[in-house]
Structures are given as structure tokens and as C-alpha cells.
Ligand binder design. Sequence first.
Ligand code: ASP
Length: 287
Amino acid sequence: MADRHWAIIVHGGARTIAPDRIVANRNGCAAAAAAGAAILERGGGAVEAARVAVCMLEDDPTFNAGRGSVANAAGEIEMDAGIMDGETLAIGAVAAVHRLHNPVEAAAEMLDQVPVLLVGKGAEAFARSRGLPVASKPLRPVPAEAAGHDTVGCVAFDRAGHLAAATSTGGLAGTLSGRVGDAPLPGGGFYADDAIGAVSLSGDGEAIARMLVGARVMRAMEDMPAPEAVRAIRAPLQRLGAEAGVIAIDARGRIGLDHNSDHFAVAFASADRELVAITHSDEWTGE
Ligand code: ASP
């Protein structure tokens, strides 16, 4: 019988956060984690909790996703998002979209579809076919100088023992038009499997993709709890001189986080723990 535990963790990106943006990052993550926690507390599903939490982060211009997305080299925004259901292993992902306010909503609508990933106009047409709002013009980017911008994500574990992961990003500022990072790549920026755990990442997308960093943390969770397994990001990131952060929950609902960036805005809560919101892993002393 599934136990009654539930847990949720969200992130607002792994990078340097300017001192005057710390509170906004912490509060934004806390609000998103609280919204997801309320769903899990009343017995709602992990996929729903992750979708709602990431939507809230996309709506908060503090973060580089959805409303807060930064411009690429062409001065346009191109957003990527992915979500995975750890019970069914269904995946939905969209990439290089610029007319969707909430890319994670379009990704979630794909969970019952065969394709794993839709890009650009096809993804936007699919979103429209599902009744999601699609802007008539490309959404406008925010200035990249606005510190604290980065990818957002959520990992959730529900009372039925199911896991979900979702990640959404406006990408890295100034990248080539058409560039897609790790956020919509399963095993890169997200993954979820009820038998093992679930992860969401932020950081240098090319390095995360090249080293399959998300998959490495999943592999580590086969042998150890999430708080230890997250350290599997360290060696591959060091090898490529890259920066990233990861949040994870294992199959027993234990939470882990790790990063090698200056900051990592994170908030988490569980059936047995009040909500905690931090901007560096050192602020959390653990279980
Ligand atoms: N991982 C994202 C990307 O490469 C960006 C980030 O997390 O900062 O698109």
C-alpha cells in the first residue's frame, strides 16, 4: 500500500543572484512550492502539482521562463519546457516556442500524445488545438541584465507514491536563434520514474546535455537516496567546467539538491516538514 507521504521541491535557477534579487527569488520559489504542496496535501497528483508550480514560476518575471524569458542573439525569445509522469513514463516537451505564456501547459497537454517533443510553430499549433492561449505576436523578452534570471523546475511526489518532474526555461541569453538547451530533453534537464526518483536541472544546457547530467542523477538514485545521489552532478560538471544545479526526490520521497553555482533558488516542503525557501544549499542543514 502506498504510504501517505508527499513532498515537493522547486527551483528558480542555478546562477549568481544579485543581493537585491534574493528576496524575490526566495519568495517566488516559496509561492510556487506552496501552491504545489497544497495540491499534494489534499491528495492531488504529482503531475498536477509540478505543472501548477512551474506555471507560477513562468508567470513570475523574476525567473527566466515564461514571462521572464530573455532574448537570444536575434533579440527574440525562444522557450523550452518538458514534463514527465513517473507512473506512466509519459513525456511532453516543447522547444523554441515564442507565443506561449506557459510553455509547461503545452508540454503537459502532450502527456497523452505519442510525440515526446514538438518544436516551434508545430508546438504552438498543438497548444492552440488544445485550447491554450497563443499570442498573436511573439512575446517580448525582458532585459538579460535583470539579475536572477534562469530556468525553473519542480519535482513532486504524491501520496500515491507517484513522481513527476517539470522544467521550463527562456534559455541562455544571446544564444543562436533556434538553439534548444537541456530543459526539454529527457535525461538532460528533467526525468521521472516512480521506481527510481525524479529530477529537474538548471545550468549550462549544452554541458547538461553532453554529459546526460539528469540521467546520471537518476542512475545514482538507483543505489542511494536523493540527498546523496544529487552529488552525481559534480564530476561531469567539473570535467566540462560547467555550472548547474539539480533538485531531486527519490522513490521514497526523500528530497535532494546540489549546485556548483553561486546561488540556487529553491523551496521545498513535505508531509513532515514546513516549507523552506533558500538561495544556497548551505542554508539547508538537511534532514
Ligand atoms: N539550462 C538552460 C538552458 O541551457 C538555462 C539555464 O538553466 O540557465 O537552456
